[in-house]
Design a protein around this ligand. Sequence first.
Ligand SMILES: C[S@@+](CC[C@H](N)C(=O)[O-])C[C@H]1O[C@@H](n2cnc3c(N)ncnc32)[C@H](O)[C@@H]1O
Length: 321
Amino acid sequence: MKIVSLFSGAGGLDLGLKWAGHEIVWANDIFLDAAATYKANFGNHIDTRDIRDIPSSEIPNGDVVVGGFPCQGFSVANWGRSTDDPRNQLFREMVRVIRDKQPRYFVAENVKGLVSMGKGKVLEQITTEFSDAGYRVCRQVVNAADYGVPQMRMRLLILGVREDLGNEPSFPPLPSHSTPTKAKMLGLHPWLSVGEALAHLPEPEDGRHIPNHEYSLYKLRFNGHLGHRFIEPSRPAPTVTGRGDERGGVVVLHHPNNQRRMSARELAAVQSFPDGFVFSGPKSSAYRQIANAVPPLLGKAIGLMLAEAEFTCIALKSEAA
Ligand SMILES: C[S@@+](CC[C@H](N)C(=O)[O-])C[C@H]1O[C@@H](n2cnc3c(N)ncnc32)[C@H](O)[C@@H]1O
């Protein structure tokens, strides 16, 4: 299907959708380093204007509109989160594009914290606005580790199916991985550990040129806070976040050797980006682009779910005819 991608960032979600066989016809992001990354890995179809300045008439039609609208205003990781934060209003741009373009489906991704914000009222409001654009809306929190990503990353997925389509997609996407015990029982793969995911990468000092394989020298701490935890090599990594600390900058996870922080290349692998996906801009920017991304493997699962939904829809139509 043809995909219109909003808040595309470096293109984590888009890469997964492409892997699932879809075509991205238009993308948008104001973060210039992320857009440069996007261009280098996908092509020139990314527009870098503020979405608020782009009339819907300038956006091509697509079968699906996707977007991980900015989450800082919603995140539980952010102190003083507020329903009045202007960044929260950006989801309305996504609603506007969906209302005007009427794609068959839409998928929005966000942090799990959105579920509890304002005691659930914020998500209710968002759901109502998406429904009023003419869609049946389902919501579900998923763990990226269940889709082969070597990371515990809980994210909220919102799926919209245009009201006139008769099909009910199976939602959320079917997991391929689980805890070792459940995986055995259910015939799935066990979660991928961070140690396994990084085993193929040499130490950055090794001398081989590997793009983005540079790491933050920020000193290691082991106080249990995000970015300052002992990393257990045999388990999926904790969530990769773009969250900084009081000194600014992104706090990057420790490498599983617990002697240094991960390089941008390693952080990208923890997000399931392939090693050939190169990030533009300085190291701090690469870290941020990576942390902001939907893991491509989760994107692929979403893409396969959409493809299956569309096949069901076509089958229903031909049955009725
Ligand atoms: C959570 S990130 C999305 C990451 C992306 N889904 C991925 O998988 O790589 C949100 C993005 O929204 C972009 N953004 C924020 N405000 C915007 C605006 N007014 N217009 C366009 N993009 C905006 C940010 O630059 C950021 O890259």
